[in-house]
Ligand binder design. Structure first.
Ligand code: KG4
Ligand code: ZN
Length: 358
């Protein structure tokens, strides 16, 4: 079985072709540079850039895979959640191919792409405990099966990646902020400033990063004589220390709430063996090593996608599309892209069990 997947829900235009032997036959990805000047993704610019490059990216992916389009079994696209202008571009491209080739169309939840991506390169079986940490989402979930999720916790304000991006902006480190913070933190002293761990005492698995972000803002403001945000006033060594303390605090919040979730997971799903992290923030090696230790201490196996497949990419959509199609799911060509699409809502039944067949 061979599936093409298209991703265009944020600032990456990407496509990949995978097969059911977990081989990546071809892929192409373009990270939009246009947003750097704005310190964040500008939806209209993103949509136009997707439109400009989508054909070329799909063409390059197919060429690299060395297959004929007729060999595809299905065409998948991220159909939400995300920036609707971009999502529409990818979905329309996938629907057009599906129609022209007379192959089924599979609408993939972008979050399901992140959730299942670790299964391409690791022998991770259902059910598993997942920390999904990206620029727009921060959730702790049990992945019970394709299309079947139980959410144990979520952020009540900012996503983890959003907090990394905002702190990086305050420090003048550029966008996206996560990689820059990680790099700077590597030479910083994580014990120098004491920063809050919001919600850490609460009895649930929910997270919060807004108070942590505000504490960093106050720290940054304390460097300027007029109390304004002025990163130029902060010595380089102090920037590194702030990054290290922020990364430590954010990771600490994630690890402690995940530890609570492990307890629930083990009780409810005693057969589960894996702790998985995915999404853009999962590219952070500091976080990965802390989660590896947590998993080892809890007798679980730790797994994560390779770093290049943590941030948005086509492979995760192609793979989730393949898993969905293999499980009997496909969608009609009038499927409407969904800017909001919770992963744990009641999923439609697979085809053959009353689902929609293209
Ligand atoms: O999954 P993703 O590419 O897009 C969304 O679906 O949101 O995640 C992007 C997020 C950004 O907030 C970025 O700063 C963060 O992932 N990120 C990182 C690292 N690499 C990317 N955060 C922390 N450390 C990193 N190394
Ligand atoms: Zn993403």
């Amino acid at each position: 079985m061979i599936v093409l997947g298209i991703e265009s829900s944020c600032d990456e235009t990407a496509a990949a072709i995978v097969n059911d032997r977990r081989e990546i036959l071809g892929q192409a990805l373009l990270s939009q540079e246009e947003h750097k000047a704005y310190g964040g993704v500008v939806p209209e610019i993103a949509a136009r850039a997707h439109l400009e490059h989508i054909d070329e990216i799909i063409g390059l992916c197919v060429k690299r895979a060395g297959i004929k389009l007729e060999e595809l079994d299905a065409v998948a696209a991220a159909a939400g959640p995300g920036l609707i202008g971009g999502v529409v571009v990818g979905v329309m491209a996938a629907k057009a191919l599906s129609l022209a080739l007379n192959k089924p169309f599979v609408a993939v939840n972008h979050l399901e792409g992140h959730a299942l991506c670790a299964r391409v390169s690791n022998d991770v079986e259902y059910p598993y405990l997942l920390l999904l940490v990206s620029g727009g989402h921060c959730q702790i979930l049990v992945v019970k099966n394709v299309g079947s999720y139980e959410r144990l916790g979520t952020t009540i304000d900012d996503a983890a990646g959003e907090a990394f991006d905002k702190v990086a902006k305050m420090l003048g480190l550029g966008y996206p902020g996560g990689p820059m913070i990680e790099k700077s933190a590597a030479v910083g002293d994580e014990t120098r400033f004491s920063l809050p761990r919001p919600l850490i005492g609460s009895d649930d698995c929910n997270l919060s990063f807004s108070g942590l972000k505000t504490a960093v803002r106050k720290l940054v403001e304390s460097y300027a004589p007029d109390g304004n945000l002025n990163h130029a006033a902060i010595p380089g060594k102090d920037v590194a220390d702030i990054c290290a303390c922020f990364q430590y605090a954010a990771t600490d919040c994630l690890v402690r709430k995940l530890k609570k979730a492990v307890g629930i997971f083990k009780r409810k799903y005693p057969q589960g063996r894996h702790l998985v992290v995915s999404g853009g923030v999962a590219a952070n090696t500091y976080l990965r090593s802390k989660l590896q230790s947590l998993a080892e201490g809890e007798g679980l196996e730790f797994a994560a996608p390779p770093i290049r497949f943590c941030t948005d990419n086509g492979v995760m959509i192609a793979w989730a599309g393949l898993e969905r199609f293999r499980a009997g799911f496909s969608d009609s060509l009038d499927f409407k892209p969904r800017p909001r699409w919770p992963l744990d809502e009641n999923a439609p039944k697979a085809a053959g069990a009353g689902g929609v067949k293209a």
